[in-house]
Structure formats: structure tokens, C-alpha cells
Design a protein around this ligand. Structure first.
Ligand code: PEP
Length: 246
């Protein structure tokens, strides 16, 4: 019922050469059983969009709130669309931590993406300390509800949720399929409590050290609808193997 979504978050990695090599490597003979979205550094978005439009979608790792104006360094959602992007990530934990992005700012970014006709992936997730103190779901809920309060539950269907426990991002430690599956089920139940019609169709993807070896067991969980992949998305072969695990 839900089509899987596999996203590549390249963070601040890559070059023009890498963009070209990746597209050549990934495009060769791959059969897509999922929606595939690549999130390169912003400066490579336009080039990547031109190379990949036939078989995958592209997007930005973040987006500004304002539609335009005097906001040095910000990129408006309409500009992402203008160069061929169709997705954005909002609220990645690295931005929440490094740039101090609040739940409210993330919700406004989600809304600005929707207003421009883009699909936003909102990242939610707890720290290790929050998990160990039993607060993981409360934290995830608070982050999610900021978006729901601002945009409405139905708006989630125009994008996706990425559950990314911070202790699993870039650490090589993956949540077990059961840990991730439980959190995804809890998120879906929370959304069902708000709007029963939204929950069954909502895509909830997992992020945190996903690789070709663990992708299959994560995707086997009923409520895991794909992955947001960092490190293992930088090589076409390993990202293609994750896509093939769907
Ligand atoms: C991420 O950047 O969202 C991520 C999950 O990274 P990694 O796959 O490297 O843990």
C-alpha cells in the first residue's frame, strides 16, 4: 500500500566529479521498486537534477522559511523547485544541534516547502540519554507535534517522517529492527489518534547507519517504509544495494 522511499543525504560531501560518477554508477541497470531521492549539497542540486530526472528525484538538505527577500545565505523553497528539486529535508538533527533549529522553526520550514509544492521529510529522533531515561517517544512526539500543530496531520501525507535516533547517525550503531519498528509503530499510532485516515498511508522512514547489510532486516518491519541514508549513500554501489533491498 505504501511505496517505499529511499533517500540519500550526502551532507557536506561530494564534488562535481562525484556527482557525475554517482549518476553513472547508480543508473546502470537498476530496477527501482521505491521512490529514490538524492539530497546533494545545495550547489550541486541543479547539476544533479539535470542528470537524474529520468530515474530519481532530487532535493535540498534544508530550506529557508521566507519566500524571498533579504535573507543572506538562505535558499527559498521556490528556488529548489525552479532548478528541478522536488523534496527537502527539514529538522535534520545536525541542523537542530549545529544551527540551534527549534521545533517551531522546523515546522515553519515544513510549511514553506509545502507552499512551494515540495515534499518535505521531517526528521525526528532522540539522543542516547533521552532513550536511556525513557523519554525517546516523548521527544519524538514533541518534534512531530510541532509540525502537526502548524500544518495539520494531513499535511504529513505530502512528505514523510524520518525517524533518526541521534545515537545511530554516523556512528555505525544501527537501531535494531525491533527498536526502530517499535518507534515507527508508535509514531503511526500517534498520527492515527489525530487522524485515522492519514496514518495508514503515511511514510515513515528510518535513518541511522543504514547499510547494504542491515537494510533488508529494517525494511522487513511492517512500519518501516524506507530509509534516509547518510554515509552509505556516498557510493553508488552501496546506495544501489540499499535500494535493491526494498
Ligand atoms: C543521516 O545523515 O541522516 C544519516 C542517517 O546518516 P548515516 O546513515 O551516516 O548514519
Amino acid at each position: 500500500m505504501r511505496r517505499s522511499l529511499i533517500a540519500a543525504n550526502w551532507k557536506t560531501h561530494g564534488s562535481l566529479e562525484m556527482v557525475g560518477d554517482f549518476v553513472k554508477g547508480f543508473a546502470s541497470g537498476i530496477e527501482l521498486r521505491a521512490d529514490v531521492v538524492l539530497f546533494p549539497p545545495a550547489v550541486y542540486l541543479s547539476t544533479l537534477a539535470g542528470l537524474t530526472s529520468e530515474f530519481v528525484q532530487v532535493g535540498l538538505q534544508d530550506v529557508g522559511v521566507a519566500a524571498d527577500g533579504a535573507h543572506t545565505g538562505e535558499i527559498a523553497a521556490s528556488m529548489v523547485k525552479d532548478v528541478g528539486g522536488s523534496w527537502v529535508i527539514v529538522g535534520h538533527s545536525e541542523r537542530r544541534l549545529d544551527q540551534g533549529e527549534s521545533d517551531e522553526l522546523v515546522a515553519h520550514k515544513f510549511a514553506s516547502a509545502l507552499a512551494a509544492g515540495l515534499s518535505p521529510i521531517v526528521c525526528v529522533g532522540e539522543t542516547l540519554a533521552q532513550r536511556e531515561s525513557g523519554d525517546a517517544f516523548a521527544v519524538v512526539c514533541r518534534q512531530l507535534m510541532a509540525v502537526v500543530d502548524h500544518c495539520g496531520a494531513a499535511a504529513l501525507l505530502n512528505g514523510a517522517i524520518a525517524y533518526e535516533p541521534l545515537w545511530a547517525i554516523g556512528t555505525g550503531v544501527t537501531a535494531t529492527p525491533e527498536q526502530a519498528g517499535q518507534m515507527h509503530a508508535s509514531i503511526r499510532a500517534q498520527v492515527a489518534g489525530l487522524d485515522e485516515s492519514v496514518a495508514p498511508a503515511l511514510r515513515i522512514i528510518y535513518g541511522g547507519s543504514v547499510n547494504p547489510a542491515n537494510a533488508g532486516s529494517l525494511f522487513a518491519q511492517e512500519d518501516i517504509d524506507g530509509a534516509l541514508v547518510g554515509g552509505a549513500s556516498l557510493q553508488a554501489a552501496s546506495f544501489a544495494a540499499i535500494v535493491a533491498a526494498v
